[in-house]
Design a protein around this ligand. Structure first.
Ligand code: C5P
Length: 403
């Protein structure tokens, strides 16, 4: 799990995880662990095929309860095949073989997992893993389409070399994507239908062909805000400065380099946005470039750099804010946090500002946690104890939705 996906607010949410026979079964343990960290409780069913690769004990040891293994499993009640349908909020099958996809698509109920799937009528997530020829087979293609048409949340397998040595499509999707897709299915969709625009990461302001002026922003805080909004149902576009922060495929990513590129991308997207949250650490100034090519120390009298001001993206959005649009800014401050944050809220015409104290060791650039103070347009303010950036992001959306 990345720091920007380390949400911990899913206590009380219950997942039923079906595991079918594939060499990828070990990854389902990883998936369970990632979800357990968020607070999700998992119950599981292993098909007989899965049990040839792994034992139920491995799932029990990581906290899955109950773990079903067959229809005549004496440890579960005689109604075990109906229990996930009554208890679980989401039903996932990961890894899902061609066989279980076919059974779910056609309503075949001849073992514990297929009976439980048929008796479940909530959100279902499928993450397949199989040989590329099995994946490409006409029967599997039809079944997959049938499942998608029925509204099942279908995660495409990935391409690459398979355990069998063949190359092609059919690899188990990455655990982070599956875990977030499950969290999305478990989340209240209180941002559904909203277009959310985020800026994140640093900007790079080039002095010559290879050297730039920048800052150590990792993009973690903005990525957490983008992922949290996506989990809650928003259509999210993230304008990213140079950072390799991972984002799920469901988020539209626009990569930019300089503050002016970020300005152009963000101002172009703002008219269609319902809410924008600008968390990027934009360079306020850019060096005036040294001619063209690369500056050479040989034969030069020394290096002197002049700077010119970059446009303020947040300010510009605030000046062009229409009725109903909401704007959130950040204030990274090393002193007078409260006063500076409150001042920016008014000056930049924001609805909410998140001030973070970058002088603390547990807050600001490159840390997994943040200690922030919130100010909003109604005058309400609150200081939050340090918590993971993912949890800060979740609470920012709670606050925004209550405004
Ligand atoms: O005024 P200051 O730079 O401290 O404001 C920080 C806020 O403004 C952040 O939300 C940041 O993303 C945004 N900002 C911007 N364009 C700039 C400078 C800052 O959007 N050129």
């Amino acid at each position: 799990m990345y720091p920007h996906t380390a949400f911990t607010g899913f206590r009380g949410k219950r997942l039923h995880l079906g595991v079918s026979g594939s060499v990828a079964v070990v990854k389902s343990l990883e998936l369970m662990r990632a979800l357990a960290k968020t607070g999700v409780h998992t119950s599981a069913t292993l098909t007989s095929g899965a049990q040839r690769f792994i034992t139920p004990l491995a799932f029990e040891a990581l906290g899955a309860a109950p773990v079903y293994t067959s229809m005549d499993n004496t440890e579960s009640s005689i109604f075990g095949h109906l229990e996930p349908g009554q208890d679980a909020h989401v039903f996932a099958v990961a890894p899902a073989t061609a066989n279980i996809l076919a059974k779910i698509a056609h309503g075949i109920a001849d073992d514990m997992l297929s009976c439980q799937a048929l008796a479940f009528n909530g959100p279902m997530v499928l993450a397949p893993a199989m040989n590329p020829r099995m994946w490409n087979a006409a029967a599997t293609r039809e079944n997959w389409q049938k499942l998608k048409d029925r509204g099942v949340i279908c995660i495409e397998p990935t391409c690459g070399e398979m355990a069998c040595g063949e190359d092609g499509k059919g690899r188990f999707p990455d655990v982070e994507s599956i875990s977030l897709t499950i969290l999305r299915a478990l989340s209240t969709q209180d941002l559904a239908g909203k277009n959310v625009l985020i800026t994140l990461g640093p900007t790079r302001e080039y002095f010559d062909a290879v050297r730039f002026w920048s800052n150590p922003s990792s993009g973690t805080m903005g990525a957490a805000i983008a992922v949290a909004a996506w989990l809650r149902g928003a259509n999210v576009t993230a304008v990213c400065g140079p950072t390799n922060v991972w984002l799920p495929e469901g988020i539209t990513r626009v990569d930019v380099g300089t503050a002016r590129e970020m300005f152009d991308a963000t101002t172009a997207l703002w008219p269609e946005a319902d809410i924008a949250c600008l968390s990027a650490a934009v360079a306020d100034y850019r060096p005036v470039p040294y001619g063209t090519g690369k500056f050479k120390k040989e034969g030069s009298a020394g290096l002197e750099v002049a700077f010119e001001q970059n446009p303020d993206i947040l300010y510009t959005l605030g000046q062009n804010k229409k009725d109903g649009q909401r704007l959130i800014g950040f204030a990274a401050e090393a002193s007078d946090l409260e006063a500076n944050a409150a001042g920016k809220l008014t000056r930049k015409n924001l609805d909410m500002i998140v001030g973070n104290d970058v002088s603390r060791p547990d807050s600001g650039f490159g840390t997994p946690t943040n200690a922030v103070v919130i100010h909003d347009v109604t005058g309400a303010t609150e200081a939050w104890d340090p918590m993971s950036k993912a949890d800060v992001a979740w609470r920012i959306w709670d606050w925004m939705l209550a405004l």
